[in-house]
Write a protein that binds this ligand. Structure first.
Ligand code: FES
Length: 103
């Protein structure tokens, strides 16, 4: 099921944006024309990743609470204290809109 989460222009480059849709809270990251969507919940201690910092060069997001780094591509943890992945979602752009797929 694909869900429209907004216009491409709604998302600021290189920043994390919180989006609530279909009962889920997501963090959406735009890097130029690429979009990444993950659950907005650090796997370490249930902290919103949308409050974190995007590392554009490495395509990661850093949790603001204890500094764990996660891949924006697959949600895998790249540094402690997190050891579990964060769920990621398929995302596409169509006609200037951003759509996330929930399976
Ligand atoms: S809550 Fe995210 S690293 Fe601890």
């Amino acid at each position: 099921m694909s869900i429209d989460i907004g216009a491409i222009a709604d998302f600021t480059n290189d920043e994390a944006t919180k989006v609530s849709v279909e009962g889920r809270t997501l963090v959406v990251v735009r890097i130029q024309n690429d979009f990444y969507v993950l659950d907005d919940r650090c796997s370490h201690e249930d902290f919103p990743l949308s409050e974190g910092t995007v590392d554009v060069a490495s395509c990661e997001i850093e949790c603001a609470r204890h500094g764990a780094m996660f891949s924006l591509v697959d949600g895998s943890p790249h540094s402690f204290p997190a050891t579990k992945a964060v769920r990621t979602y398929k995302v596409e752009t169509k006609n200037d809109r951003v759509e996330v797929t929930f399976s």
